[in-house]
Ligand binder design. Structure first.
Ligand SMILES: *[C@@H]1O[C@H](CO)[C@@H](O)[C@H](O)[C@H]1NC(C)=O
Ligand SMILES: *[C@@H]1O[C@H](CO)[C@@H](O)[C@H](O)[C@H]1NC(C)=O
Length: 243
């Protein structure tokens, strides 16, 4: 088959045309529909509520320090370090497996699958911007956010959205231990917060998160990892990473 250069040209033209017209979340090219912060296609952010907080403690011991439990059901997760610093963000699964930077080693910026969603980890270099971890969600499992603390925490802001608890679910709360995943995720809004950062949420329900934290990573004593080095920030170039 001989393909003429003009058909090549028209092929590449139609390809670039269809690429420039983006597909809506309903799968229709050019529909303009996007997922709202609750993860609902074409929704108006009405079915979830915002959970936000910040971690500003600059006097924690060197190494891993837990900032936040991200409950199942979280959407539009945005974790942003306010300025660049010698510290790193780290993310582990509820069972302690590393997602990003979780094994005393530094992972390159990029995309990381965890908890049923894709996290984008960025570590800007050459400017003042700090690290970010974002994911659209919804998450399907508990995830744990840490800072690998070296010094000078410029502050880490975090936010995510969680489904609004329905009246019916409130009444049935823990009525025999058969809560559905959806109920658990709604209940888990008020996460315990060992990092003395603030979580604000319109929900005041407190929940015992032991069923997840039982499986937390092995306790770390400050001296037990002395020989394991976090490499210096000779950052892998960010620009060749897909966004
Ligand atoms: C910072 O964290 C350390 C260690 O967890 C704790 O002892 C200290 O009270 C915290 N400081 C503030 C201001 O919360
Ligand atoms: C994430 O939060 C930071 C501030 O904390 C904000 O500047 C940034 O625009 C947010 N990103 C997204 C994708 O919402």
């Amino acid at each position: 088959v001989v393909v003429s250069s003009s058909s090549c040209l028209s092929l590449s033209l139609s390809l670039s045309l269809s690429l420039s017209q983006s597909e809506g979340c309903d799968g229709v090219l050019g529909s303009g529909l996007v997922r709202d912060r609750c993860g609902v296609c074409g929704g108006g952010d009405g079915s979830c509520e915002r959970v936000t907080g910040r971690f500003e403690n600059s006097s924690v011991p060197l190494g891993y320090h837990k900032i936040l439990d991200i409950p199942p059901g979280a959407t539009a997760i945005n974790i942003t370090e306010r300025h660049s610093s010698p510290n790193y963000l780290a993310l582990r699964s509820g069972t302690g497996h590393s997602v990003v930077n979780g094994r005393w080693a530094v992972d390159p910026p990029g995309k990381y699958e965890a908890g049923g969603t894709t996290f984008v980890y960025s570590r800007p270099r050459g400017d003042e911007k700090g690290e970010t971890l974002t994911a659209a969600g919804p998450t399907t499992t508990l995830l744990q956010l840490y800072i690998i603390f070296h010094r000078q925490n410029p502050g880490i802001d975090y936010e995510y959205y969680i489904p609004v608890k329905k009246e019916k679910e409130k009444v049935r709360e823990w009525d025999g231990g058969s809560a559905s995943l959806r109920e658990i995720s709604a209940l888990a809004v008020a996460v315990e917060d060992p990092a003395s950062s603030s979580v604000s949420s319109s929900s005041s329900t407190s929940v015992n998160t032991d069923r997840w934290t039982l499986e937390r990573p092995r306790p770390r004593s400050p001296g037990s990892n002395r020989n394991t080095r976090i490499p210096p920030r000779t950052d892998i170039p960010l620009d060749n990473q897909p966004v």
